[in-house]
Design a protein around this ligand. Structure first.
Ligand code: ATP
Ligand code: MG
Length: 725
């Protein structure tokens, strides 16, 4: 048998990876508890894989007795692929999520006790039994109105949070949820699952809580699973929840051969009950534990590592690590402030088209909504893409369906069935009875003519309906883009959305954005039919895109799903205030609750540390004619990359100090940046009256009667140079 040094030497020759001393120590410390806390790109996953290979090749451990657990199915797959590429000659090892392990334990119990259960999440859920539907119905029964999609998301997270944190019954009321009566709904939900027919209904989180309970109470199952694995390893453990940690604890209690790998700076799921603080506790749970730290980054260029390391330090609640690299510099991190959203798309697509290999590129964004226009543009440029967590919700969104139904109705104005779907969106009051009344009318009348003739609609609404009919008739003389504009502006659809949002708690900006996205997609379609086909085409592209993983394709991913991955060239797009950090992060931060904004910082950091050699951060001034502000994280990075020169600061300071002494105080002067907004009229002491066009970082761009001027906000505030008009 070869020595461990020979093992490392052989791997170096075969795989080109020469482990450093800490990595080697982690590989060799196979027995007993080990916590490996390390920076991004420091080789955590690589070390786990090597460790597994070492145990099998050197220590003759059977692959079947090793269990490697990670956060998501996608990362389990990635680990498995890395293992196969490192050790193609070895038997497979069980890489899985903790959920799949919990499911095995749980199933075993039901089998043993001859009980039946029904999963209520996933693909094969019988109609009406899906978790979402049960929660939706419960909400309705409590409030007599439908739950919005946003509220449903929040309720789902709340339910999951309570279980993953193992919050005892008496403490549940301390957990906040904005959905009214969430706790009562949760209790009813639990009750329904317990008492449904002859089967127990089970959601994904129940699998975890059940497995944890079974391992505590059923000695037979506990012994069986403890005997199943001799070595357990968990990657991305900063995102493991309390109940998951507890399952692992029980599983390894006999031998404590547990290797936990984590980076607290990459903890991005505390909103979903991840428990990174458990890592602080590791030494208490396992007094024999060894802790190793790895700070050398092997992934990224020096430029990227230096900037990312400085950026993460704005967080206070963290282990003080110092990520460094011996990799050479490549080129500075690029920050682009584009004029508008369209330029961002053009820049990304053009850069990718001029590259050599598509799979070198990744486009990362905070929200899935960012992907639709990109997909449209990539498809037009014939660039294949892979979407990690494709989300088809855009295409079936009711706003998209409304717009298509407006268009379809215009082809045959006698179609009551289509009219029925949009009549409440026309800004004209038509009752259900009035509509039912004309259902049997003769086909020779249009629906609107029948309503005017037979249903007793009052004069004012009659006039409006006639106008709406004229708009429908004119659709055919317009391009699809103009049609959408007519729908939203002239026909008042956007106004209807605004009212609906107020009444039902929808996010109006989000709905308006969907229409603007449709307008962009419609740009190159000649007819409404072509436009509908284009949407269908894009939807099927998104569906297929998950199969493109191993092709030469650009990766599109949310920042969350990019965890653990690496790419030669990364674009982080839509770096806008309100997106990242999100409105809710900012609100929490204003209230002094810093945890949420620190998590947003970590998410940004995860994104930056995916890049090997090139990192481009993109923000812009305008999105769909609205003025937007750069993300403060974007500005932070900008300051790190281009620090203000000491000399400039000194000059500015002495100028400001000198001027302050000379100028009398203006009591009406604007005193804080929050008082300024685009479109506001101001009076400048020297330049007179003008309108603020753009606010960006420390600069305002003001349109004075004959010229536009850029002014430093801090100087203006310090010297009291501007006042509102
Ligand atoms: P993340 O925190 O993003 O999950 P990680 O710590 O798991 O990152 P890996 O993905 O294992 O890091 O490694 C990052 C890159 O560094 C990979 O390309 C890997 O091959 C390389 N690498 C790791 N260790 C070494 C080493 N000792 N020598 C050279 N390259 C290495
Ligand atoms: Mg990793």
């Amino acid at each position: 048998m070869q020595t461990s040094e020979q093992f490392f030497q052989q791997k170096k020759e075969l795989l080109g990876v020469e482990l450093n001393e800490v990595q080697k120590e982690a590989v060799l410390s196979t027995d007993g508890p080990l916590l490996l806390l390390a920076s991004p790109g420091s080789g955590k996953t690589t070390t786990i894989i090597m460790r597994i290979g070492y145990m099998i090749e050197q220590k003759r451990v059977s692959p079947a007795r090793i269990k490697a657990v990670t956060f998501s199915r996608a990362s389990a797959k990635d680990m498995e692929e890395r293992y196969t590429s490192f050790f193609p000659h070895l038997e497979p090892v069980d890489f899985s999520t903790i959920h799949s392990l919990a499911f095995k334990i749980f199933r075993e119990y039901f089998y043993k006790n001859n009980q039946s259960y029904q999963l209520i999440e996933g693909n094969d859920v019988p109609q009406g039994l899906h978790k979402r539907i049960i929660l939706r119905n419960l909400y309705y029964s409590f409030h007599d109105e439908n739950i919005t999609e946003d509220q449903l998301e929040e309720l789902m997270i709340y339910v999951s949070f309570l279980k993953n944190k193992l919050i005892p019954k008496d403490n549940r009321s301390t957990v906040k949820c904005d959905v009214p009566e969430a706790l009562q709904i949760f209790e009813q939900y639990e009750e329904q699952k317990r008492t449904y027919s002859n089967k127990l209904l089970v959601d994904y989180d129940d699998m975890l809580t059940f497995a944890n309970k079974l391992l505590s109470q059923d000695i037979e199952i506990l012994t069986k699973y403890q005997r199943l694995y001799d070595y357990v390893l968990t990657d991305e453990s900063q995102d493991t929840s309390l109940v998951q940690h507890k399952i692992i604890e029980k599983l390894v209690a006999k031998h404590e051969n547990l290797c936990v790998v984590a980076d607290d700076d990459q903890s991005i799921y505390t909103w979903r009950a991840a428990e990174p603080s458990y890592l602080l506790n590791f030494q208490h749970v396992y007094p024999q534990a060894k802790t190793l730290f790895m700070e050398q980054n092997y992934r990224s260029s020096k430029d990227i590592v230096t900037v990312a390391n400085r950026f993460i330090k704005r967080n206070k609640n963290r282990y003080n690590k110092n990520m460094f690299t011996e990799n050479p510099p490549h080129e500075p991190v690029q920050l682009h402030k584009m004029a508008n959203y369209g330029e961002q798309t053009c820049h990304v697509v053009q850069t990718i088209s001029s590259g050599h290999t598509y799979r070198d590129f990744a486009i990362l964004y905070r929200n899935n909504a960012s992907s639709v226009i990109l997909i449209d543009a990539l498809d037009k440029a014939d660039i294949p893409f892979y979407i990690k967590d494709s989300d088809l919700r855009f295409f079936s969104h009711w706003v998209v369906r409304d717009i298509l139904n407006f268009m379809r109705f215009s082809y045959d104005l006698s179609r009551v069935d289509i009219f029925e779907r949009i009549f409440s969106k026309l800004g004209v009051y038509i009752s259900r009875q009035q509509l039912d009344h004309i259902k049997g009318s003769h086909k020779k009348y249009t629906v609107i003519d029948s309503l005017l003739k037979f249903s007793g609609i009052d004069q004012k609404h009659q006039e409006k309906l006639k106008r709406q009919q004229e708009y429908f008739r004119n659709f055919h003389n317009k391009s699809p883009r103009e049609v959408i504009k007519t729908i939203r502006e002239d026909m008042g659809y956007e106004e209807v959305l605004k009212k609906l949002s107020k009444k039902l708690g929808f996010n109006f900006d989000g709905l308006r954005e969907i229409i603007r996205i449709l307008e962009v997609i419609a740009q190159q379609s000649g007819t409404m039919v072509e436009f509908a086909k284009r949407l269908n085409h894009l939807e099927s592209l998104v569906k297929q895109s998950k199969d493109n993983k191993h092709l030469d394709a650009v990766t599109l991913s949310t920042l969350h799903s990019s965890k653990g991955l690496e790419f030669e060239h990364v674009f982080m797009i839509d770096l806008i205030r309100g997106i990242i950090p999100s409105e809710s992060d900012l609100e929490a931060s204003e209230k002094g609750e810093k945890e949420q904004i620190e998590e947003a910082v970590r998410l940004f950091y995860v994104g930056m540390t995916r890049a090997r050699r090139k990192l481009e951060l993109i923000s812009y001034h305008r999105k769909f004619s609205l003025h937007v502000l750069s993300s403060e994280f974007f500005k932070d990075v900008k300051r790190i990359v281009n620090p203000p020169q000491e000399k400039d600061r000194a000059d500015k300071y002495s100028f400001a100090e000198e001027s302050k002494a000379k100028l009398p105080k203006n009591p009406n002067a604007v005193k804080s940046i929050g008082e300024l907004s685009p479109g506001m009229e101001i009076k400048h002491r020297v330049f007179g009256t003008g309108e603020i066009m753009i606010i960006d970082d420390d600069i305002i761009s003001v349109q004075f009667p004959t010229y536009q001027k850029e002014l430093s906000i801090s100087t203006c505030l310090e010297l009291g140079l501007i006042e509102p008009v």
